[in-house]
Design a protein around this ligand. Sequence first.
Ligand SMILES: Cc1cc2nc3c(=O)[nH]c(=O)nc-3n(C[C@H](O)[C@H](O)[C@H](O)COP(=O)(O)OP(=O)(O)OC[C@H]3O[C@@H](n4cnc5c(N)ncnc54)[C@H](O)[C@@H]3O)c2cc1C
Length: 385
Amino acid sequence: MTSDDTHQDIRDAVRRLCARFPGSYWQTLDRERAYPAEFVKALTDEGWLSVLIPEAYGGAGLPLTAAAAVLEEIHRSGGNGAACHAQMYTMGVVLRHGSEAQKQAWLPRIASGEIRLQAFGVTEPSSGVDTTRITTFARRDGDRYVVNGQKIWTSRAEHSDLMVLLCRTTPREESTRPSDGMSVLLVDMRQAKGAGLTIRPIRTMLNHATTELFFDDVEVPVANLVGEEGKGFRYILDGMNAERILIAAECIGDGRFFIERASAYAKAREVFGRPIGQNQGVQFPIARAHVQLEAAAGMVARAAALYDSAQPCGTEANMAKLLASEASWFAADMCIHTHGGFGFAEEYDIERKFRETRLYQTAPIPTNLILSHVATHVLGLPKSF
Ligand SMILES: Cc1cc2nc3c(=O)[nH]c(=O)nc-3n(C[C@H](O)[C@H](O)[C@H](O)COP(=O)(O)OP(=O)(O)OC[C@H]3O[C@@H](n4cnc5c(N)ncnc54)[C@H](O)[C@@H]3O)c2cc1C
């Protein structure tokens, strides 16, 4: 559940941590497009980024609902978990499909913060959301793969020691099914940088440390292949439910931030000799945002509960992400309306959060693709692609 009465001890602790990183901290980073290194270190030191790693590998071994509570509280406080949220769910690929040797080698060091696993390279410029058309290719050569190709929107690549990379090991046209022939490699960025991997930052409307990657004969040991060669797409899909649920929890946190800020401002700001929140034209959108957000939070909670009980949750995870990202976006727009001109002032944090929460209707999966999934997989409508 992500409604704000669950995991109260975790929520309180995360709120205390976030209070050390006020709006002025995020405003400075946003202005400079800088990475929140101190914030990520604090989260790591207090163990919040490793809540999903089992105790046997040095983590807390908590359920997804706990991770969702951590991210929701970060966003509710006005912060942004996007600088490090991938570490929570990306390690799941190693945990579920990696060999015991890989788990022993990486997970304890990820849990302790010695190694950062922040980067997740799937999207390519020419394939877009049609992932089976990726062309970045890993050619086997003895005990190593030689990787060539290009990725785009690989976030946090400059702040990560490891990357989970989806690439082709068999061309699409030679594979039995389009989703076959893709593999997951763990790329050690520290070795790859300067040895064929070029990272080019992309400046965006929000502070997201996202990049473009160019692979030019980058060597990766075969020991870094996760699971079986050619089955990588399935492993990545497996991890996407956790990703969607956690990002939906961030949207719930964003929505709560906007609603709390708008409510407080509408009570305090007086125009025409009374609080603006006394006008139904101002209070109804705030109430509507709350109603929509609670409905979305219910779906996030349902998806997370299914996930934690190891039941299928692909549809619920997708629906949770759609509802939560739309509810947070409605709340963001409402919050700007409520603040009048001050909604646009940097020091109020609202315009920044407005830009930040917009991302989640596009990434990690656009709303259209979720609607297409529901239309064809749930409702049985004819496929359009
Ligand atoms: C800031 C940021 C960070 C990101 N971080 C990462 C990351 O760390 N790792 C990573 O791998 N990716 C990352 N992404 C990529 C993100 O997941 C993609 O941008 C997203 O999935 C959309 O893909 P695209 O940009 O190629 O859009 P396109 O595939 O070009 O699609 C463009 C639009 O057309 C729509 N569309 C396409 N086909 C159809 C169809 N058949 N029916 C209806 N609508 C359709 C889409 O919904 C979309 O709105 C990030 C993106 C951003 C902007």
